[in-house]
Design a protein around this ligand. Structure first.
Ligand SMILES: NC(=O)c1ccc[n+]([C@@H]2O[C@H](COP(=O)([O-])OP(=O)(O)OC[C@H]3O[C@@H](n4cnc5c(N)ncnc54)[C@H](OP(=O)(O)O)[C@@H]3O)[C@@H](O)[C@H]2O)c1
Length: 258
């Protein structure tokens, strides 16, 4: 990517998104980080220590995403958008205190799926106005999860939100091809980030049993390396790529039934 480009990284203030921001910044791109917490945003800018920008906002809000896109366009031509914003969630459909909260289901799908689509549609409208560089005007990378394919007990809401991201990848890529914009999804396995620090130790130990090779959790920099390659490789389009060390998640029945 050219040194004068800007990239929007939603969820760029933590975990996988922060690693993507660092990787893009190292290649001369100005990353614009979108997140809801001012505190996390300031801490992320400090840790990046370079020309990055933080915009406070929610991915599901049209004006807040538009504000982040404006900020990106002030810093260069918007050639890449990486959607990493997302929330984890685990709850049984039939839990001890009754059926799964419908409000919570809607919240998870809104943050993970509706938010991703909101960013895609608004970013694509901006990118469509770019002058083509080489064969393309821009690339959008979304983040799903292994739960999109083998969701565990307790992951109905989360899996639905991530499955939607996988399912819309091809139709988005097919449609946005007309505007010379690629759309790719990355589905990470288990990566060390602040989000997984909230997973109970017993559940994490259970997930460890599914590790294949390498038998460890991923470093966010390894996720970011794949995203950077996707951005740079024009032949990757309309596909979901797993980055998981061959993990296939088991049902999760053992630890969730205790
Ligand atoms: N870590 C893993 O092993 C793993 C595995 C599979 C999939 N994933 C997916 O990878 C993505 C990143 O996860 P992570 O582990 O890096 O989590 P993380 O460290 O908690 O980071 C999540 C980021 O998303 C932002 N965010 C959450 N909801 C948002 C919203 N509505 N609007 C704007 N920003 C929002 C958070 O900032 P604020 O809270 O301040 O808004 C934060 O910057 C998520 O989509 C997650 O589902 C992660």
């Amino acid at each position: 990517m050219s040194l004068t480009t800007a990239a929007l990284v939603t969820g760029g203030t933590s975990g996988l998104g922060l690693a993507v921001a660092a990787r893009l910044m190292a290649s001369g791109v100005v990353p614009v980080l979108l997140g809801r917490s001012e505190e996390r945003g300031e801490a992320a800018l400090k840790s990046l220590g370079g020309p990055a920008v933080f915009v406070r906002g929610d991915v599901a809000s049209e004006p807040e995403v538009a504000g982040a896109l404006d900020a990106a366009e002030r810093h260069g031509s918007l050639r890449a958008v990486v959607n990493c914003a997302g929330v984890p969630h685990a709850a049984r459909v039939l839990g001890r205190s009754g059926p799964h909260s419908l409000d919570r289901f809607v919240e998870v799908v809104t943050a993970n799926l509706v938010g991703t689509f909101n960013v895609v549609r608004l970013a694509a409208a901006r990118m469509a106005g770019n002058e083509p560089v080489g064969e393309e005007r821009g690339v959008i990378v979304n983040t799903a999860s292994l739960a999109a394919f083998e969701g565990q007990v307790g992951q109905a809401a989360y899996a639905a939100s991530k499955g939607g991201i996988v399912s819309m990848t091809l139709p988005l890529a097919r449609e946005l091809a007309g505007s010379l914009i690629r759309v790719v999804t990355v589905a990470p396995g288990f990566f060390h980030t602040p989000a997984v620090a909230t997973v109970p130790a017993a559940a994490r130990a259970e997930l460890d049993r599914d590790l294949v090779h390498p038998r460890r959790w991923g470093d966010p920099a390894e996720f970011a390396a794949l995203v950077a390659h996707v951005i740079d490789n024009p032949m990757i389009n309309g596909e979901t790529i797993r980055v998981d060390g061959a993990v296939r998640m088991s049902s999760g029945l053992r630890h969730r039934s205790s």
